[in-house]
Design a protein around this ligand. Structure first.
Ligand code: CO
Length: 209
């Protein structure tokens, strides 16, 4: 059997399972979405947001890209962020990176990956700004994991520098920003950072409301 056909068969089985538990599952699902969480994660196939958090369809609004970056010129990310915060009114934004991230590892190397090098450039900047802490971690894998953690924090900082987040904080005191890291080798998520609405921002990044 062609491998892709397995996915279609599994879908049919999944539908049956959902219907056996709740006959109106899909009717309810089709009515609206009301997720409390925006997940910004890595595209890595081993970190599926719903599966690792035990959540159901409808619970997490999702944006994924290589190395879970919040890039201020990324129209895709900004559209997702705007819709999640301003229309869906999410209460929490989770930036979830993962140890052993190939994107972060690539940023640490001098190897050329084409257009990906430009995408990963901001991780090189983060390395450069935190070089002593990263190199003190030891071998390459340990350095990668340290940079994974710092990169997650930088993305929370990128979020709070946006007009979108500052406006929501000012008007509705939400969302809370969370920085999480997922362990590929044990499946566990560790909460590294939490930034509550109203947390201090340097003057230069602060907009006036
Ligand atoms: Co990754």
């Amino acid at each position: 059997m062609d491998k892709y056909k397995r996915l279609l068969l599994a879908n049919k089985a999944w539908v049956q399972e959902k219907l056996s538990l709740s006959p109106h599952f899909f009717q309810e699902m089709a009515r609206e979405q009301n997720p409390e969480f925006l997940w910004i994660g890595c595209s890595d196939s081993r970190v599926p947001a719903e599966e690792v958090t035990g959540t159901q369809p409808g619970e997490i609004f999702t944006h994924r890209n290589i190395a879970n970056l919040v890039n201020h010129t990324d129209f895709n990310l900004l559209s997702v962020l705007s819709f999640a915060v301003e229309y869906l009114k999410v209460k929490h934004i989770i930036v979830c990176g993962h140890y052993g991230c190939g994107g972060v590892k690539a940023a640490l190397s001098a190897h050329r990956y084409g257009v990906l090098d430009e995408w990963l450039r901001q991780i090189k900047d983060t390395y450069q700004a935190n070089k002593e802490i990263v190199t003190a971690a030891g071998e390459l894998d340990a350095q990668t994991d340290k940079l994974v953690e710092i990169n997650i924090y930088e993305q929370l900082r990128n979020l709070l520098k946006t007009n979108i987040i500052q406006k929501a904080w000012h008007e509705e005191r939400r969302p809370v920003l969370h920085g999480w890291v997922y362990g590929l080798s044990d499946g566990l998520i560790k909460s590294l950072y939490t930034i509550e609405p109203g947390a201090p921002i340097e003057d230069i990044y602060r907009f006036k409301f």
